[in-house]
Design a protein around this ligand. Structure first.
Ligand code: 0X9
Ligand code: ZN
Length: 300
């Protein structure tokens, strides 16, 4: 099983997930949420203690170099299946979980094997490579924080859902949309909890509730190690950026609670967060997730 003391390769993660699902086959199954340009599967796990429950969806690693997001999502999977903590057992039991740790596997492999700071997918575009998969969703596509130059890290693609990764994964999410209560997109870094939308600070039906739930959850996150997160709308807390997954999930599918985490740290190591922070980052994020879900249940 995982030791959480280093960042695993895609093959190691796949083997670990296969072993885990085999051991917990009564509640866990491998799911395939889509495919990639290079022909890989976007593999994840469904955790379900009985059908017909409301669902929680987690997506991480859409940016290849944000390795901590994948390690932390794996840690969450491990705890949901193996923890003896009553709160964690409760959230594991009460929802159907759809979790995709590596939503950009081609990019993740490239980041391990060739260029650690790779962000995008690996589709060749003329003499360049890669579309920013968090600029390619069909929500205000190309409006802000995006480029039409494929040599940049924020190249949005040649149209909304031009990429097989976002096209297939979004269809998978759409097929579950009536069930999903909470959607989380995991990124690094900056220690932020972001709410849609990326083009304006204008609210939506449950904006104030979502903001308050998020703020309190970040309070819970800070308890264990004192790590401070700022909660805010994308456009005000970070920068204008459209075509991201959480904007599409909110706008097109109307999922009630939608957040984007930006994990540790605040720039000291940035994307190169040392592996000895995998456990503390994961623990505090899981603390916040438990708090968030307990609050959301109260809001009904
Ligand atoms: O720019 C991004 O895609 C995210 N920051 S990162 O440094 N991880 O690249 C922020 C995403 C905010 N969400 C949306 N724009 N929808
Ligand atoms: Zn990111």
């Amino acid at each position: 099983s995982m030791r959480w003391d280093s960042y695993y390769t895609l093959d190691q993660i796949n083997n670990w997930l296969d072993d885990l699902v085999a051991r917990y086959s009564d509640v866990a199954t491998i799911i395939v949420g889509g495919e990639t340009y290079e022909g890989r599967q976007i593999r994840g796990v469904k955790i379900s203690h009985g059908s017909g429950k409301r669902a929680i969806f987690i997506e991480s690693g859409i940016h290849a170099r944000e390795w901590i997001t994948i390690a932390t999502t794996n840690y969450i999977i491990d705890r949901l299946l193996r923890s003896n903590n009553e709160d964690i057992k409760a959230i594991a039991r009460e929802f159907d979980w759809y979790i995709f740790p590596v939503t950009n596997p081609d990019g993740y492999v490239w980041s391990h094997d060739e260029f650690r700071m790779w962000r995008k997918n690996r589709r060749p575009i003329r003499s360049e490579f890669g579309v920013d998969l968090n600029r390619n969703w069909n929500s205000n596509w190309f409006l802000h924080g995006s480029s039409m130059d494929p040599s940049t890290d924020i190249y949005a693609g040649n149209g909304p859902f031009s990429e097989v990764e976002t096209r297939t994964l979004s269809e998978y999410i759409r097929s579950l949309s009536g069930q999903i209560d909470l959607y989380l997109s995991m990124h690094s870094f900056s220690q932020l909890l972001l709410l849609p939308f990326g083009n304006s600070t204008q609210g939506y039906a449950n904006y104030n509730d979502a903001m308050n739930i998020g703020r309190r959850a970040m309070g819970a996150l800070s308890v264990r190690y004192g790590t401070q997160y700022v909660t805010g709308n994308i456009a005000e807390a970070i920068y204008l950026a459209t075509g991201g997954s959480i904007d599409w999930v909110k706008e097109a599918l109307n999922i009630p609670l939608v957040y984007c985490y930006e994990f540790r740290d605040k720039g000291q190591y940035g994307f190169l967060l040392p592996a000895d922070q995998i456990i503390p980052n994961s623990e505090e994020v899981l603390d916040s997730l438990v708090d968030l879900i307990f609050q959301a249940k109260r809001f009904g």
